[in-house]
Structures are given as structure tokens and as C-alpha cells.
Design a protein around this ligand. Structure first.
Ligand code: CTP
Length: 375
């Protein structure tokens, strides 16, 4: 339908962005972005009239219109050129050519366009080498990354999120620009940041993203409690383990067992209080007594700071931090013993209380409850 209309009206129009990228990656996508040299709102209305009048949502301020058709969400926008103020993600918008529109996008792999006009239907327009970057698994920006990230600092999180989801490398120039612009993440709302972070947490190998976040300095800004887990201290020749890498191992190991976001957050937070409870005891070595009890108390504060929901999900994470990942134990029969032993070992001074909690939680009634929650 869109192709018919743009051909009849002789408009230049393209499918652009994530949908095109996902075609080349063989990933399905239900969000389609259509760009037109002209008015996106006009085109959306003409398409809707021909498609049986589905509801068109118009965002006049942005010059965009969204149309839901079957299970697809199609967004129409006029091609544009953007420039930004330093303190805002809201661009100053002018009409532009297709290339202007591609250039203002975040990454070369997200700047691919396919023509919809019947004269050159399906022709790929790729002025920034997006296909080469898809093939070489590279995330890089169409223009100077210092400008791309300064314009919209959320893109720094998006770069790391795509690198994690797709297992791509961020080009050195682009990664250095993230390091340089990291402080600008402060102009982004916590809600947008957590949305990207959760996509990293839900990916097939979350450790990739957290290592990148750490390396570029963003982790320290957005999740300082997690940054503090990094490093090993040595005293009298005894070192403790690096709890940053340990936590990431636990999180990666959880992936095949659960795609529950809150269980993954439990894995992320299960050792979170260790820097606070760490002690070196002569004759014994490093101890982290009752870190899980302190960690449980830290959960609401972390959730609040990161704008995660302060509801029963948080309480679940709190309990899992306290009980040290009990659902992993449920899922992975063969590690039951060592996990229980580890629980008891970590409990230290509070062993009696932990025993009670463990006993309570091990009953099949609770197992059912946990499983129901995870479903
Ligand atoms: N885009 C951008 N800068 C952003 C967000 C989006 O340049 N901060 C552009 C990119 O071209 C992107 C397109 O808008 O491909 C659509 O964005 P979005 O729907 O958020 O992401 P997708 O790339 O479609 O990826 P996903 O669906 O995985 O979020």
C-alpha cells in the first residue's frame, strides 16, 4: 500500500532504521520506520485511508505519525536534518534530504534505507557503509561520534546495548568518544537509561555489556554500587576474588535457566554488599559476614536510584539477595549441595537466622510460589 501511494504521488520514501538492519540480520521486527521527503503525517493519513482507516496517532510537535496495522507499528516521518542544544536531547529540526536523515542517526547499521518507490523498489541506500559494518560486526556512528553522542547521550547506552545483543565490537574511535562524553549521560532520564540497561541484562551474554560499561566509565555513573565490586585486595599474601567478574559469571550462567528480569537482577545484586562488609581477619583471611543481609537492605535504595519498580518485584529481588539465588538452585539440581553450603558459609555470624530462612524456603510450597512468580 505504502509503495503504491508514494509511487502515485511521486514521493521519495524509504523504510529505514532497525527494521532494515534486522532484515539483514535475519531477525524479525514489528516496528517499521518510514521516512519520506515531505510530510510524514500526510503520508500516514493517505496510507491509513487506503488501509481501511486504522487509527493514526499524530505527534505534531515531532512531525511524525504512527499507524497500527495488523501486528505492525509503522511510524512515518519526514526526512530531516537535526541540530542540538548542549543541554537537551530535543533537536532543532529542519527538512532535509535522505542522506541528512541517515547522517543524523545513531549507528551506520541503523542508517540503512530501502526505497519504496516502484521505480527503484527495494534499492538499498547505504552512504555510510552500514552493510560493511554489519558484516564485520562493528558498531560505529555515521558522523563524528563526538557529535553523535553529545547530541544524544542515550546513544552511548545504545551502542553498548547493541554490542551486547548482537555480539558486535564498538569501533575504537566510537568507544573513545563514549569515554569522552560519559558525563553527558546526566542529561538522560533514569527511565531511558534503565530501559537500555535492562536490555543488556536480558541479552544472551550480559557480561559483555557490563564489561564495556565499566571500561568506558559509564558504570561508575549509572550504577556505582556495582562498580565497587571490581578489584581484588591482597593482604598477607591472601587475595579475595574479584566480585565484579564473579557476579557477571553468575549472571551469564543464569541465562539458559531463566529469562526472568527480576531473577537476573537478583544475580546482579547477590554480592552487592561485599565491599561494605569486607574484613580481613588475622588467621582466617577475608570475610564478608552477613553481606547478604546488608545487600537485602541495599536493594530498595538501588531500585529507587535507578527508577526500577518499588513493588513486589523489588521484594522478590530483596529476598533472593538474602537467600542467594535460590531459584538457580531449584533449576540446577546438581549444584544444590554446594549452593546450600555456600549459603551457610556466607551467613557467618547470622547462621541461625539464615538456617531458619533456608528451611522455610526449601519447602515445596515455597518452590511452587517461586516458580509461579517466575512464570
Ligand atoms: N535512532 C537514533 N538515535 C536514538 C534512537 C533511535 O538515531 N537515540 C534511530 C536509529 O536509526 C534507529 C531508529 O531510530 O534504528 C529506530 O529506533 P528504535 O526503534 O529505538 O530502535 P531500533 O534500532 O529499531 O532497535 P530496537 O528495536 O532493538 O530498539
Amino acid at each position: 500500500i505504502i509503495s503504491e501511494i508514494v509511487t502515485k504521488e511521486n514521493l521519495e520514501s524509504y523504510v529505514i532504521g532497525g527494521f532494515v538492519r534486522d532484515i539483514f540480520l535475519n531477525r524479525g521486527s514489528k516496528d517499521i520506520d518510514v521516512v519520506v521527503i515531505g510530510s510524514g503525517i500526510d503520508l500516514a493519513q493517505k496510507v491509513a485511508a487506503k488501509a481501511g482507516n486504522p487509527k493514526v496517532s499524530i505527534f505534531k510537535n515531532f512531525g511524525t505519525a504512527m499507524l497500527k496495522f495488523k501486528d505492525l507499528e509503522i511510524e512515518f516521518v519526514g526526512a530531516r536534518k537535526e541540530s542540538y542544544n548542549r543541554d537537551s536531547r530535543k533537536p532543532i529540526v529542519e527538512n532535509g534530504s535522505l542522506e541528512d536523515d541517515q547522517k543524523r542517526r545513531d549507528f551506520t547499521i541503523n542508517a540503512l534505507a530501502l526505497s519504496l518507490h516502484k521505480d527503484n523498489f527495494g534499492e538499498l541506500l547505504d552512504p555510510f557503509g552500514g552493510i560493511d559494518d554489519l558484516n564485520s560486526k562493528i558498531i560505529k556512528t555515521p558522523m563524528d561520534p563526538m557529535i553523535t553522542f553529545s547530541d544524544d547521550p542515550l546513544r552511548m547506552m545504545r551502542a553498548i546495548r547493541f554490542a551486547t545483543q548482537l555480539n558486535f565490537k564498538i569501533s575504537d574511535v566510537t568507544f573513545n568518544a563514549i569515554k569522552e562524553n560519559k558525563e553527558r549521560i546526566h542529561i538522560i532520564s533514569k527511565e531511558r537509561i534503565i530501559e537500555e540497561l535492562n536490555k543488556i541484562v536480558m541479552s544472551a551474554k550480559p557480561s559483555i555489556g557490563f564489561k564495556l560499561l565499566e571500561e568506558c566509565g559509564l558504570l561508575k555513573i549509572i550504577f556505582p554500587e556495582f562498580q565497587r565490586l571490581k578489584g581484588r585486595e591482597t593482604r598477607n599474601g591472601i587475595s579475595h576474588k574479584d566480585n565484579f567478574y564473579h557476579t557477571l559469571e553468575v549472571l551469564d550462567q543464569l541465562v539458559p535457566y531463566s529469562d526472568n528480569l527480576w531473577l537476573r537482577w537478583s544475580a546482579l545484586l547477590h554480592d552487592i554488599a561485599k565491599p561494605n562488609t569486607k574484613k580481613f581477619v588475622k588467621g582466617i583471611g577475608w570475610t564478608f559476614h552477613a553481606h547478604n543481609f546488608v545487600g537485602e537492605k541495599m536493594v530498595p535504595r538501588i531500585f529507587k536510584n535507578m527508577k526500577l519498580p518499588l513493588n513486589e518485584k523489588m521484594k522478590f529481588v530483596q529476598k533472593m539477595v538474602l537467600l542467594h539465588m535460590r531459584p538457580i538452585v531449584l533449576a540446577q539440581e546438581e549444584v544444590t549441595d554446594s549452593a546450600v553450603r555456600r549459603l551457610l558459609f556466607d551467613a557467618g555470624d547470622d547462621i541461625d537466622e539464615l538456617m531458619k530462612l533456608c528451611e522455610a524456603d526449601i519447602t515445596s510450597k515455597n518452590e511452587e510460589k517461586v516458580k509461579r512468580f517466575l512464570d
